[in-house]
Design a binder for this molecule. Structure first.
Ligand code: DGT
Ligand code: MG
Length: 396
């Protein structure tokens, strides 16, 4: 080899949808730091900056070995000046002052707690913070009228912030299977989102529902929801109707990334799974004190007395149900499997490199002026001129 300094130089394609990103990450310290800055930017309404940090983190996630020096990064895509500064800070000083000060900032902490309430977005959280509301106690004392989603979010705050395990996702899948089978035989249910990508935990459980005969899925969601409700499985649900056909803007010009499938945002009441006796509540926590010495949940950001959740025989879990007609199923499956950055990169690739518009409903070719059919995810990657990337390698 010419390179006598033995510095490993990496080479990575620019779009995340051209890369295979597994859950294995050799640069977790760096990607955690960049992800935190991305989260802070997103919560502050700075979406552009958020995406830039997410893209930078995604590039580091595919590197085959830990980065030792900034010189190894020359020529890598998506690493802007700001991200490089953060990376260098960590490589040279062990930590980034910007990341550390963001972590400690009252604004960031308050945004995290308030947007951790289901139904509360960054805008609402920001408005509350400007009124001096920084935690759940202050929100309760403020006398603000919460909408139904936010009230449910507050009621089940402790449960919902607890990661959902694969076993819990499987238990919910069984319930959803039973629900759809009893209202319409032949329905297909697919676990999507992070669990389909092989993640061991998630913030929610996502399902895509379809029927092999086009049209049979119409009217399915209300029936499924009624069944679940009657069986006592739902603590909260809000169903939004499919508005895809009604909308004036076709998928050729998607107005936003929000899709128009019939969708149910819900909170499930799941019977607790038996835990091995040795396993204390929380991950690795002893008496509510984590390894890092902080109280697991201080009383300002807790929705019920300490220990009360553990005494209940059930827990609340966020579940998303989406119904798709079979003709759009491949697009819906690709769109709901994620990761969010992988999805964003697929759409960017389609638009910039192929003059196509991709949504969770369809793929439109702007040059040929026609929709391209697909009955599998493989078909869609092929239309886009991309090598097929399986779900487990979409963890960008
Ligand atoms: P998690 O739940 O924290 O483990 O992470 P994910 O990857 O499951 O993310 P989640 O549950 O927020 O969303 C699942 C995927 O579904 C995500 O990768 C992108 C997609 N998705 C989420 N919300 C929407 C939406 O409103 N429209 C469309 N088309 N896709 C969405
Ligand atoms: Mg999810």
């Amino acid at each position: 080899q010419e390179n006598k300094s033995e510095v490993v130089v990496f080479s990575v394609p620019s779009y995340a949808c051209q890369r295979r990103t597994t859950l294995e990450n050799q640069n977790a310290t760096l990607t955690d730091a960049l992800s935190l800055l991305a989260e802070n930017a997103e919560l502050s309404g700075e979406d552009g900056r958020g995406v830039a940090f997410r893209r930078a983190a995604a590039v580091l996630k595919v590197l085959p070995s830990p980065v030792k020096s900034a010189s190894q990064l020359a020529g890598l895509p998506c690493l802007g000046e700001h991200s490089l500064r953060v990376i260098k800070d960590i490589l040279e000083n062990g930590a980034s002052s910007e990341v550390e000060s963001t972590k400690e900032s009252e604004q960031f902490k308050a945004l995290k707690v308030l947007t951790g309430i289901f139904g509360v977005g960054a805008k609402t959280a920001d408005r509350w913070i400007r009124e001096g509301i920084h935690n759940l106690r202050q929100l309760r004392d403020s006398g603000h009228t919460l909408n139904r989603a936010q009230q449910a979010g507050l009621d089940h705050f402790d449960d919902i912030k607890q990661p959902v395990t694969k076993a819990e996702a499987a238990a919910i899948e069984e319930i959803v299977e039973k629900a759809v089978a009893s209202v319409l035989p032949g329905v297909r249910v697919v676990l999507t989102g992070g669990f389909r990508r092989g993640k061991l935990t998630g913030h929610d459980v996502d399902f895509l529902i379809t029927h092999p005969e086009e049209g049979r899925e119409v009217g399915l969601m209300p029936k499924v929801v009624s069944w679940l409700e009657a069986q006592g499985f739902l603590l909260y649900q809000k169903t939004t109707r499919n508005s895809y056909l009604e909308s004036k803007d076709g998928p050729g010009r998607p107005p936003s990334n929000i899709d128009r499938f019939e969708r149910c945002l819900s909170i499930f009441k799941l019977t607790r799974m038996e835990k091995p006796a040795a396993e204390a509540p929380g991950d690795g926590a002893v008496n509510g004190v984590r390894a890092d010495g902080q109280r697991e949940s201080d009383e300002l950001s807790r929705s019920e007395p300490a220990g009360a959740a553990a005494d209940r025989r059930w827990r609340a879990v966020r579940v998303d149900l989406v119904v798709s007609p079979i003709s759009q199923f491949a697009f819906a499956l690709l769109g709901w499997t994620g990761s969010k950055l992988f999805e964003r990169e697929l759409r960017r690739w389609a638009g910039y490199e192929k003059a196509m518009s991709l949504s969770s409903h369809a793929l439109y070719d702007n040059n040929q002026r026609k929709y391209l059919r697909a009955s599998s995810e493989e078909d869609i990657f092929a239309h886009l001129g991309l090598e097929y990337i399986p779900p487990s390698e979409r963890n960008a």
